[in-house]
Design a protein. Structure first.
Length: 138
């Protein structure tokens, strides 16, 4: 497993924790990193993903609402919701990373940490977000 994937998974775990037990995101990151050996670049990427998604959550949730037809964010599974937030932030903040790569990573995390239908659901919503972001940029 690559360093970026491990960083994404750590970021997802942190966002999940913040969603079910709100606290200072830096505290949650410190707790997650405690006892884990990580390369500095991996830890830095995970921190950026968490802090960026957390700070821009209102904007990110707006993109998700627009793309997740007939789905209320609060009714989504916690894992699915946070995979979507993480991937949406990454598409916004890291335009040099191909959206397909971000979406594929998100699908794999949704399959690994979510329910049976999570991968399909995340794929559909993120593909709409990708399309909407592309259309808005034109």
């Amino acid at each position: 497993m690559g360093a970026r994937r491990r960083a994404r998974e750590a970021a997802l775990q942190t966002l999940y924790r913040l969603d079910i037990n709100p606290c200072d995101p830096q505290v949650a990151l410190d707790e997650l990193e405690g006892g884990r050996e990580r390369h500095e670049s991996q830890a830095e990427f995970a921190r950026d993903l968490v802090m960026g998604a957390f700070e821009r959550m209102e904007e990110i949730d707006g993109h998700i609402r627009e793309a997740a037809l007939k789905w209320n964010i609060s009714r989504m599974a916690v894992v699915d919701r946070n995979v979507l937030r993480l991937a949406t932030y990454e598409m916004l903040a890291y335009p040099e990373t191909p959206a397909r790569v971000i979406i594929n990573e998100a699908i794999e995390m949704a399959k690994g940490f979510g329910g049976e239908e999570s991968g399909t659901f995340v794929n559909g919503v993120l593909d709409r977000i990708r399309h909407n972001l592309k259309r808005k940029a034109e």
